[in-house]
Design a protein around this ligand. Sequence first.
Ligand SMILES: [Zn+2]
Length: 397
Amino acid sequence: MARPIGIPVFAAAVAVRHEIAPAPLSTRRLRIQMRGHESLQAALGRAGLDASQSLAAATALSNDFDTVNPHPGLPLELDVAEPSRSAAAPQLLALSLWPTQDIRLSLWRRAGDAFEVRRAEAPVFTAPAAIDGVVEGSFYLSLVGAGVDANTAFRVAGAFGRKLDLSRDIESGDRFRLVFEQRRDADGRVLGWGDPIYAQLTTRSGEARLYGVAGAAGSPVELVDGQNPGRPALLRTPVVDARITSGFGPRMHPILGFTRMHQGVDFAAPLGSPVLAAADGVVEEARWSGGYGRWLKIRHAAGLETGYAHLSAWAPGVGPGGAVRQGQVVGFVGATGMATGPHLHFEVFQQNRRVDPKLLYSSIAQTPGPTDRDAFRAMRSRIDAIVEAIGAARAVA
Ligand SMILES: [Zn+2]
């Protein structure tokens, strides 16, 4: 699907005469987006159409795309006639949607209240566009607040979490920039955002730059560190939206009230924040474990294991014997067992002994990054050039 940026793809020019219902007095254009777990019919109802119109429109489109489980975020554009009497619902005149980035489906009301559907290849322009923002409290929520969709924000926070301890290395006031391929139609309407191709975070200790690398066939683009594209053996931040930590070592226990060895690292995070597998592995334990509350333990390669305590829940399908991937959501932050508030207590075991994960990050091997380093460097400079061009355009604007 690689296309030159900014080149119109194809506009179908099929001349069809439509017998359109008489123009009403007052029409209005509505734009909404499909929500998760929402049928087209339900979305049309949310837009104010009555049940019979919603059903008729969804039925008319059902041969051309999945109206029961449309993709969340799918944009819909409706032309409606304002109701002539106060009690009547608005009347749907036309509906456009883009089930894939280059297909436009249109529906018209014909005389006699029947709907007609037309499918056309839509001209799509793609161009890189940036989202800039400032971290305010939680990095993840700051991304969402800046207009990044939740799923992408989750991926970006996770990608930085491989390199940085998000609870220590990021502060309020730090700045981020994300660059995406943005898809627009001929009228300049944003049809959607593609994968992030670049993410930059400027903190007090410097600048971290991540670059989008195409994964294996069918797998999504992965953001990797521009300096060190290999994947670390362990995630530094195994929770999305972490804030404060208590490190490994002796400390006053907040509940027991006496000093004892803290055998792990605490990441404070809002209740329900996703907890991520720190590395590929197999689930060893997913059970209640006294003061640890809901507990999860994963076995990894090279005699390493990781443990996750005080979970509010395990992720669906995560149980003993199951394989997990690095970065996969395996549970959710809670305060079960002996905990003063929601946090993740994270432990790392090496040859069955608890160790300070900080000491491991430098000593254990990375998984190899892209095998073709020259291709990676070429891709990196291409993206750097795009980012620079966006920065220059902003400076002028
Ligand atoms: Zn702890």
